[in-house]
Design a protein around this ligand. Structure first.
Ligand code: CO
Length: 214
């Protein structure tokens, strides 16, 4: 059996044929532009396949993935994606999707030197520190790990709603909604954490109000 890498171009040719069999003009339409409904911010983990797990087609989801789905306040990559997706593409939904078994979150729970990863993981270690009381009260290590995955998703949702582009767009036009999800790869299930972004926005604005001119 050839490896995936050896099959890539053959797979690509098959995929083109499959799409054209359904719609001969498929790629002509695809090339005309995008109007995705969703911005998906997920983990780089190879098992968190954004489009596939949502059943989405090309053109439907704008995707950003990094280790442990972090939206850092100085991360030009993540912030540019958020800026463009909300400000230009006007997505209706922003999803931050974590996953149980996340290696980045696990590494952040263990105080050790991981070289270049230290500053990245510090963002998750900061999440741990902010919620230390709740997390340290969980005696079962697996449950504590799962809970940090969930809390990290919520903190990254908060980081989205701290941005000026989100506050301007939502306070002016009522979009996008912000959602926190966790992917359980042991069952394939997507879990909605029911992140109450509107209430959280009111709290956030007491400190992070960027006073958009409405
Ligand atoms: Co991960």
């Amino acid at each position: 059996m050839p490896t995936l890498f050896e099959r890539v171009f053959e797979n690509n040719r098959k995929w083109i044929a499959e799409r054209k069999a359904v719609d001969p003009d498929y790629f002509k339409h695809l090339a005309q532009g995008q109007k995705p409904e969703v911005l998906f911010i997920g983990c780089s983990d190879s098992r968190v396949t954004a489009e596939e797990l949502m059943g989405a087609m090309p053109g439907e989801v704008f995707v950003h993935r990094n280790i442990s789905n972090v939206v850092g306040s100085t991360d030009l990559n993540a912030l540019s994606v958020v800026e463009y997706a909300i400000g230009a593409l006007q997505v209706k939904h922003v999803v931050v999707c974590g996953h149980y078994g996340c290696g980045g979150v696990k590494a952040a729970m263990e105080p050790q030197d991981l070289g270049l990863l230290n500053p990245w993981l510090r963002r998750i270690r900061d999440v741990y520190r902010l919620h230390r009381k709740e997390l340290d009260a969980i005696t079962d290590e697996q449950k504590r790990y799962d809970r940090l995955v969930e809390i990290n998703v919520e903190e990254q949702c908060l980081n989205v709603i701290k941005t000026a582009v989100f506050q301007k767009s939502f306070l002016r036009g009522g979009i996008p909604a912000v959602h926190g999800w966790v992917f359980n790869m042991a069952t394939g299930e997507l879990i909605d954490l029911h992140f109450d972004f509107e209430t959280r926005l009111e709290e956030v604005r007491e400190i992070y109000d960027l006073k958009p001119k409405i």
